[in-house]
Design a protein around this ligand. Structure first.
Ligand SMILES: *Cc1c(COP(=O)(O)O)cnc(C)c1O
Length: 232
């Protein structure tokens, strides 16, 4: 069995390999460690191995970890479902939110972002697989939403996030990622200064990097299977 540190090194090596294979600049893909359901000791081990960006899905689980690790230099990303009653704590405790898919939530995050902190970095979650069971704004509504969100003062729109329906074939995996990249390019052509494509997880990271991911969100491949835990 590999240790967490070894797995982290392996993932970094895979990212480097995919960057070079798809003619992406070295270092253009950021590794986000998805630490949802994991204990603080796992985060500490990853930190010791040089990992700085961590992502959480559930506010209640995240807050004790953020508090316990307040002395460390960590960039915290929120990637889970957003409810109105959770926005204040998210605006106060996180640096990034990847799962924004409606104006009302963005407005609350902007209003509730403390004045002494830099703007909260935001990605719009797009429902790229058109799966009614998945969260996210529809592709054709993304431009309009992005225009409105860009005007909010205390958040900074950075790009798009995609969470496609699982596919095993690497060619199939690339289709929704390509669609998300094209959508980002459309927004950039409208004059928006966006630099982030948050896409790719443990099972489809290579396909996402092939299509231009700038942030990959990796849980299982770093921390091991969540199967013994009750929620994913
Ligand atoms: C859990 C989760 C991930 C990580 O998934 P793995 O398959 O464990 O790498 C990435 N993004 C989101 C939004 C998630 O909820």
């Amino acid at each position: 069995m590999n240790t967490l540190t070894e797995r982290l090194h392996q993932i970094r090596a895979q990212i480097t390999k995919s960057e070079s294979h798809y003619q992406r600049p070295a270092g253009s893909v950021k590794l986000l460690a998805v630490s949802k359901t994991r204990p603080i000791t796992d985060i500490e081990e990853a930190l010791a191995a040089g990992q700085m960006d961590f992502a959480e899905n559930y506010l209640q689980d995240a807050l004790p970890k953020i508090t316990a690790l307040i002395d460390k230099t960590i960039c915290w990303h929120f990637i889970g479902p957003l409810q109105s009653n959770k926005t204040r704590a998210i605006a106060e405790n996180f640096h990034w939110v990847h799962s924004v898919d409606r104006l009302k939530i963005a407005q609350r995050l902007s209003e509730q972002r403390p004045e002494h902190l830099p703007p909260l970095n935001i990605c719009l979650q797009v429902n790229i697989s058109l799966d009614p069971a998945k969260a996210g704004v529809k592709a054709e509504e993304t431009l309009q939403l992005a225009h409105k969100i860009q005007k909010l003062p205390h958040i900074k729109l950075r790009g798009l996030m995609g969470l496609p329906t699982k596919a095993n074939d690497p060619k199939q995996q690339r289709i929704p990622f390509c669609a998300l990249k094209t959508l980002l390019e459309n927004l950039q052509q409208q004059g928006m200064e966006l630099d982030t494509l948050s896409m790719g997880m443990s099972d489809d990271m290579d396909a996402a990097i092939a299509e231009g991911a700038t942030i990959v969100r990796i849980g299982t491949a770093i921390f091991g299977s969540r199967a013994q835990n009750n929620n994913a």
